[in-house]
Design a protein around this ligand. Structure first.
Ligand code: 5GP
Ligand code: MG
Length: 176
């Protein structure tokens, strides 16, 4: 059990399970993009750890970029978005793979997809480490899902609770 700020979290998904899921995703993506040079577009801050592990396991040429947009505080999804920042690379005519830590309602992903589509990439697909099928409200297809989880608040492996917990190598869920 761990405590972050005022809340208690209990172990939920082990480091080895996460790393195996990421390896499987990397293998799948490597096959799908054989002969191409996709750009992995990490969505900061949460995706940094997933992206590192994903790229280490990816076989083939690839490029890396980062962007940041959502404001998310505490344990509730705010639904309020900030502008897309940090994406300086020209993605026109490139294959882009959005790399997200978690897709919950899908608001963030939809927002990001709309902005990126205007930049005329050759293709856009999405890789997310965690996915909450019961919370998802959108129709956008998510091609690469690491681990599906119930509609619970999690921390660790890049995911935070009010700034804390990102460094944890395994995932914890809020104790109820
Ligand atoms: P959305 O609802 O737009 O799909 O997700 C918005 C953002 O909320 C995610 O990118 C992530 O930063 C945050 N989020 C959603 N679910 C969780 C969760 O269980 N734990 C943490 N730490 N963040 C979450
Ligand atoms: Mg996020």
């Amino acid at each position: 059990m761990i405590t972050l700020h005022d809340k208690t979290f209990v172990p939920f998904i082990s480091e080895s399970e996460i790393n195996q899921a990421i390896k499987n995703l990397a293998d799948k993506i490597s096959i799908d993009y054989k002969g191409e040079t996709p750009i992995f577009l990490g969505v900061l801050n949460g995706a940094f750890m997933f992206l590192g592990e994903l790229m280490k396991n990816y076989k083939g040429n690839c490029e890396l970029s980062f962007t940041k947009l959502a404001s998310y505080h505490g344990t509730m999804t705010s639904g309020i978005m900030k502008n897309l920042i940090g994406l300086n690379e020209n993605i026109e005519n490139h294959h882009v793979i959005i790399v997200e830590d978690i897709v919950d309602t899908g608001h963030t992903l939809e927002y990001l997809m709309n902005i990126l589509a205007e930049k005329k990439p050759k293709s856009i697909k999405t890789a997310t480490l965690f996915f909450k099928p019961d919370a998802y409200k959108k129709n956008i297809k998510i091609e690469y899902i690491g681990i599906e989880i119930p509609n619970k608040f999690i921390v660790g492996y890049g995911l935070d609770y009010d700034g804390l917990g990102r460094n944890l190598p395994e995932v914890y869920q809020l104790k109820i």
